[in-house]
Design a protein around this ligand. Sequence first.
Ligand code: PEP
Ligand code: MN
Length: 293
Amino acid sequence: MSNLRSGHYKLVGWEAKPDKTTVRVGSVEIGNGDLTIIAGPCAVESREQMMTIAASVKNMGVKIFRGGAYKPRTSPYSFQGLGEKGLELLAEVRERFGLFIVTEALSEESVDLVETYADVIQIGARNMQNFGLLRRVGRTHKPVLLKRGMAATLDEFLLAAEYILLEGNTNVILCERGIRTFADHARFTLDLAAVPALRQLTHLPIIIDPSHATGSVEKVIPLARAGVAAGAEGLIVEVHHQPDQARCDGPQALTPDMLLRMIREVRQIFAIVSYGEAEVLDSKAPATAANLY
Ligand code: PEP
Ligand code: MN
């Protein structure tokens, strides 16, 4: 990692904290030896949509539900999300199904409202270097899911997380969600090497978003498998009961049946990866960041 200087991560690096960080979301411990699945639609669209999707993911054992009430859309003419009404529907999902909620805050001002509804506040790729927003979520008591900017180096990504920790919030989950490259066969290029590379540099949990990384449903499950094989501790995926009707990101939405298949597959892969890690730890090799992975 010659291009990455570990010295300037005062809080996110192993030097600051030699044990891995576990982020607690209700009863879920992200990064504590289990694979966390976060699933739900791209956007909150309607009560019927939310309750249908929430009921099916709950049945599969998913504990954390995603859904955007404020959507960062490329075009100002695209659906921007239901706003506070969407947050209310998310609260209803938590109430009815006992699911924990991940939802995005788009701006510093919106955090006041979003933090009252969310169990985890998402900072999207387009806001990864919105430093005022990072400092603001650093002052909440809610965990933060920080997505890597689509053109951010790992150094920039980690320094963005550093902003949040510096304000006192140590509950940060890092999410690799694909970067811009010359490749045009997928929406973005999932940077799988980022997973082991980040693990060498930071104690924070690392998850993968194969939905935004690929942009099309047939690629989501293969890359979810690959992400877990590369060492991700969780996945955040988009699911919709009627992908062709979705108001946002329908082409990348898994149906509930597909999600169930994905979960079964990635759990088996995770078991193999964890078994390998346990063997390394049992071998009594000195506990360095490198052999924790
Ligand atoms: C999302 O997860 O809803 C989203 C917009 O993702 P990203 O910020 O990674 O594009
Ligand atoms: Mn989306």
